[in-house]
Design a protein around this ligand. Structure first.
Ligand SMILES: Cc1ncc(COP(=O)(O)O)c(C=O)c1O
Length: 446
């Protein structure tokens, strides 16, 4: 196992000033995992050691790292226009990018509101849902429904509808009037399924129970990740999303798909909505829109939602919401170049074509001791490990450390689950390499 690295010339100082997010700071600062450079499928440490990126950064660098067309577009934009006010003014690329995103989104999901992250996208979508009912004279629709094990970022809206206990328990009472659907995962019925499990569509019917409890006239929206990513890769059961859509339609409830992870090719389509043939009322996106190169997020809304706001005096903003950096010029330039790359290199189609190979490679770890379940969908796999007694999450943490320091592979962890979600440019040989390394890592931590 790697030793603390503080004496390395590459470590800039005692590391104390930076409070590292979502990271055990004391352990990290004893043995930091520093990344100085990246290209295509690899990260490089300050010492120049290559680390194969099994996670597309944080599920975001779908086009691979430091791709020349994206880098060039950002450079050109920085020279041309650094910033334009996001309110009352706009720059041309924001309209261009919105049209390109609308063209990729299904049906009449044609209006795009920009922000800077997935968390902001979620809070924006929840606010639009509340305001939409309000402007239509249904102001009693204030309840928001999320799902257990859901992850919707870290804003107060997102953690309220989210369902991961550690993200909620220290932060007070959260938003009032939120309820949750049950999680869709059941190991007994679903273990070692490739793609969407057969069991579990009926869990969508729990929404009828919530409607009966609260009354539809009080419910504004339901938000779910089509594939729950951050909780450990939970593909939706076959038929589940269709059922959720039907129940929402029956009761006039908006359906929001949080596609911050599933957007831009992760599941072999521009959006998971397309893969599942289910059209939500809003889609949240972030991450893959710029392949992680510049922060950007947004909400795609159905035309009818936007239209409902287009009333009142014409000199007054229709929606009192926005961010200083909404549709930032650098992000728009990066987004346009990224969408060009996805199109020109057919990366969504590539993800779809590689899915069976990826699933087979992941499932080859089924017999590794300590592996309790493996789930795959698109270019994504979740591998559940048996916990050490009284130390939930420690084995996965050690796997991540060992992967980085000893095997040269980046692994994402959540609880006791390893998530593998490489950039969509991953080659078949690299898929094999990722899972060979992960198998060695798991054996080493058992
Ligand atoms: C589904 C989902 N929603 C929202 C977010 C939050 O995005 P961000 O970290 O950009 O705020 C994430 C991040 O992983 C996510 O997976």
């Amino acid at each position: 196992m790697a030793e603390p690295n503080r004496r390395s010339a590459a470590v800039p100082n005692d590391l104390e000033a930076f409070w590292v997010p979502y990271t055990p700071n004391r352990a990290f600062k004893r043995a930091p995992r520093l990344i100085a450079r990246a290209k295509d499928m690899h990260y490089y440490t300050p010492e120049g050691r290559a680390v194969l990126d099994g996670t597309a950064g944080l599920w975001c660098t779908n086009a691979g790292h430091n791709r020349a067309p994206i880098v060039e577009a950002i450079k050109r934009q920085a020279e041309e226009l650094d910033y334009a006010p996001a309110f009352q003014f706009a720059h041309p690329k924001s309209f261009e990018l919105a049209s390109r995103i609308a063209a990729l989104a299904p049906a009449d999901l044609d209006r795009v509101f920009f922000c800077n992250s997935g968390s902001e996208a979620v809070d924006t979508a929840l606010k639009i849902a509340l305001a939409y009912h309000n402007v239509r004279g249904q102001a009693s629709r204030t309840r928001l429904i999320g799902r257990e094990r859901g992850y919707h970022g870290v804003g107060f809206g997102g953690i309220s509808v989210g369902g991961i206990v550690s993200n909620r328990k220290h932060f007070g009472a959260l938003l009032a009037g939120v309820d949750h659907l049950p999680a869709t995962y059941n190991r007994e019925h679903q273990a070692f399924t490739k793609g969407e499990p057969d069991w579990g569509a009926h869990l969508a019917d729990d929404l009828e129970r919530l409607v009966a409890l609260h009354d539809a006239s009080t419910i504004a929206a339901v938000i779910v990740e089509p594939m729950a990513g951050s909780t450990g890769v939970l593909p939706p059961p076959k038929g589940y999303l269709e059922r959720l859509r039907a129940i929402c339609d029956r009761h006039g409830i908006l359906l929001i798909f949080d596609e911050v992870i599933t957007g831009f090719g992760r599941l072999g389509h521009a959006f998971a909505a397309e893969r599942y043939g289910v059209t939500p009322d809003m889609i949240t996106f972030a991450k893959g829109i710029t392949s992680g190169a510049v922060p950007m997020g947004g909400v795609i809304a159905r035309e009818g939602i936007y239209d409902a706001f287009m009333r009142g005096p014409e000199h007054v903003a229709e929606l009192f919401h926005g961010y200083t950096y909404s549709a930032h010029p650098l992000a728009c330039a990066a987004g346009l170049a990224t969408l060009d790359l996805y199109r020109d290199e057919k990366l969504f189609e590539r993800a779809k074509a590689l899915e069976p190979r990826f699933a087979d490679a992941a499932m080859s770890l089924k017999s590794v001791p300590g592996v309790l379940d493996i789930r795959t969908v698109g270019l994504t796999a979740g591998i559940d490990l048996a916990s050490r007694p009284d130390a939930f999450g420690k084995r996965a943490y050690e796997a991540m450390e060992r992967g980085f320091h000893d095997e040269g592979v980046m692994i994402r962890i959540t609880g006791e689950t390893l998530a593998l979600t490489p950039p969509l440019i991953v080659s078949e040989a690299q898929i094999g390499e990722i899972f060979d390394k992960v198998a060695r890592v798991i054996k080493a931590v058992m």
